[in-house]
Design a protein around this ligand. Structure first.
Ligand code: UD1
Length: 421
């Protein structure tokens, strides 16, 4: 298993190109199931999760061809409606094939994802939504079996709380259902909007994009389309925080400030300068010290849970105290004990972490159990005195493309240590 070694203490200076959003690309790829033709996606990020979904789609009969940043997905004929345990276990987002499969093939068999490092993460909202649309759902041998012999029909679905994945699954299903579907308390994340915009380009009739009330009038068929995947706001925020903790000055190209929303407010509150440029965003913290801020994760447009660990790393060296509260996932503090091993002063109280800034972190061997937690340790390592070795780099590769190369190009002393499997 590869490791990443960082010798900390160098300010980041330079330019980093931000890629297409992983969390937009995954539902967009799943949407290819909806058409008997080619969906062309541009600005494709090269990530392990994208490959995993590509493998699953190919098993279902979708022809997937990737040429640089362009993916062409052609689902002329669906040959299987089963998403097997081995792939769903690797990546929960595999459940995004459920809605499109039931909409097109009137049936699907998808392994239940089970628990994951950051919490139980059930898919009950996805299933209840499909049931409301007329699907019969059975659970057997660890699989969800969904059948809609008469096809799906429109329904009013009120989510008891916001779910990105359930909104996306049902949006795709509703696009080909008979009649009107209303999704209330729908997720408004930019990635959900990106999917909705792509579905519209494919001929879907969707109103309310960007709001928490989506109205979908089902159509008989959707058509081929070309769509550019939106920039990755989590990658953007991650590098912004990396630059800020090192007292650096970087430009992030191919991305947009408006995607970051609440994270910009928190970063500015912590003493970081972050401004739009013609090509993206400039992030600077060359003179001012970092100061503590309170952060609470919330559905969009609130502070994203996928930036919580990185923000916490940043705050470990801020003056004063910061309270970081996680409201989306019940167990998303696995980075805390690792950050403590690097000298951070953090106390956990239920869903909140009290971070008291220390003058300096110190390098240590660390390991993380999920994607965002592992990158938060890279961020901490960039600022720490001495050497940090981050183990289990495969988590990073799921969501960050060439992370060490991008950081090294800005002056970080970072390298990947290859190890034979
Ligand atoms: C997506 C993102 C993930 C991000 C999360 C929250 C993708 C591929 N992943 O995950 O990176 O951290 O949004 O912004 O886009 N829940 C239920 N029942 C359900 C569905 C969800 O209880 O049927 C709970 C989850 O356990 C969690 C909360 O709802 O506590 C939000 O989850 P959700 O928004 O669905 O996250 P994902 O779509 O899985």
């Amino acid at each position: 298993m590869d490791k990443i070694r960082i010798r900390g203490g160098r300010a980041l200076n330079g330019t980093i190109a931000v890629g297409g959003a992983k969390n937009a690309a995954l539902p967009l790829m799943a949407a290819s199931i909806l058409i008997d033709g080619t969906l062309t996606l541009t600005n494709l990020p090269h990530l392990a999760d994208i490959q995993t979904l590509g493998t699953l789609l190919e098993q279902l009969g979708v022809h997937v061809s990737v040429d640089g940043r362009v993916a062409r997905l052609t689902a002329s004929r669906i040959v299987s409606t089963t998403a097997p345990y081995d792939l769903v276990r690797k990546m929960r987002a595999s459940v995004l094939v459920l809605g499109p499969l039931v909409a097109r093939e009137r049936r699907a068999r998808v392994s239940l994802p089970g628990g994951c490092a950051i919490g139980a993460r059930p898919i009950d909202l996805h299933l209840k939504g499909l049931q409301a649309m007329g699907a019969e759902i059975e659970l057997s041998e660890g699989y969800v079996e969904a059948r809609a012999p008469e096809g799906l029909r429109g329904a009013e679905i009120i989510f008891p709380f916001v779910s990105v994945g359930a909104t996306e699954n049902l949006l795709m299903a509703a696009s080909l259902a008979r009649g009107e579907t209303v999704l209330k308390n729908a997720a408004r994340e930019p990635e959900v909007q990106d999917l909705a915009n792509c579905l519209v380009a494919m001929g879907a009739q969707i109103e309310g994009i960007g709001t928490d009330r989506l109205v979908v009038r089902g159509v008989d068929r959707l058509a081929p389309a070309t769509h550019s995947i939106l920039p990755d706001r989590i990658e953007t925020g991650t590098y912004a925080m990396a630059a800020a903790i090192t007292g650096g000055d970087i430009e992030l190209t191919g991305t947009r400030l408006d995607l970051l929303d609440a994270a910009v407010v928190s970063l500015r509150g912590a003493g970081v300068s972050i401004e739009p440029t013609a090509r993206g965003i400039r992030v600077q913290r060359t003179n001012a010290p970092l100061v503590g801020v309170d952060v609470m994760t919330e559905p969009y447009p609130g502070f994203p849970t996928d930036l919580q660990a990185q923000m916490m790393s940043l705050l470990t060296t801020a003056e004063g105290a910061s309270m970081v509260t996680e409201t989306i996932f019940e167990n998303r503090f696995m980075h805390v004990p690792e950050l403590r091993r690097m000298g951070a002063n953090i106390n956990l109280h239920g869903a909140s972490a009290m971070v008291r800034g220390v003058r300096r972190l110190t390098g240590a061997p660390v390991m993380a159990t999920d994607l965002r937690a592992s990158v938060s340790l890279v961020i901490a390592g960039l600022a720490a005195e001495g050497e940090t070795v981050v183990n289990r780099v495969y988590h990073l590769d799921r969501g960050y493309e060439r992370v060490e190369a991008k950081l090294a190009a800005c002056g970080a002393d970072i390298e990947r240590l290859k190890e034979a499997a």
